[in-house]
Design a protein around this ligand. Sequence first.
Ligand SMILES: C[S@@+](CC[C@H](N)C(=O)[O-])C[C@H]1O[C@@H](n2cnc3c(N)ncnc32)[C@H](O)[C@@H]1O
Length: 286
Amino acid sequence: MHGSVSPDSLTPGRSGPWAAYADVDAEAAARANAASWTRDADDYLAEHGAVLGAADFVWGPEGLREEDARLLGPVEDLRGSTVVEVGAGAAQCSRWLTARGVRAIATDVSEGMLAAARSLDAATGIRTPTLLADARSLPLPDRSADAVFTSFGAIPFVGDAERVHAEAARVLRSGGLWVCSVTHPVRWMFPDDPTAEGMGVTRPYFDRRPYVETDAAGVRYAEFHRTVGDHVRHVVSAGLDLVDIVEPEWPAGRDVTWGGWGPERGAFVPGTMILVARRPVSGPGA
Ligand SMILES: C[S@@+](CC[C@H](N)C(=O)[O-])C[C@H]1O[C@@H](n2cnc3c(N)ncnc32)[C@H](O)[C@@H]1O
């Protein structure tokens, strides 16, 4: 959701980024992405802020709203519950929950995105608790959350996403839900062009090498692809029960484009996949 996944669209240069599908060190990529999200926070929100809203909860560019989808359950039932958002960005989703009486905690690895969250707090008058944290290592106690979620946060930007799922499972109470939206894996096969020109498959679905931008100083940005099976295995290996895989359809008449997402190709190709999983209910004290 951040940028291009088409190396052809980038101009290679001595000081500018070079783009390639290439293996990359997981820690170098995570560090580069945290810096990238801070560097680009203002531009990103200038471009996409209107689609995201300031205190709205959308699961992806198709505009599926939590208010309608209720993937975390009816929000009235969450009132007073602790809900942790990872990769929260400017905390729009947590702000929507906060306004409805949920004790939401918006966590993100980027200081720039959390600074943007505070600006939106000031603009909306809704103070949303935030926490600077890598989703792979949350500074939160075991079983302290009633639900954990992310809308396109963290997972595409780390090479070891299984750790994100494991952390969600760790902080969830027994029976709690983990819901995460990611780029739909089939999107990886297509260029970053949401028009009819972008309908042809140009990349192998099974090529897991990440999209990596580098400059003279090293990795600047990386985005990771997993197949549907990879995502499911990450959820299951975290000890969670997979409840559903939601694939939002592009709504007729929705005239929004976001990178490779848009109405023309969206009528044919899915853009977003949402995994819904539950920590199994265990015995007393769990
Ligand atoms: C596409 S935004 C998603 C946030 C928000 N829902 C939105 O749509 O703008 C991706 C977010 O993931 C965050 N992120 C990237 N790597 C992360 C990590 N390892 N841990 C936590 N957050 C991470 C970025 O800082 C960024 O705010």
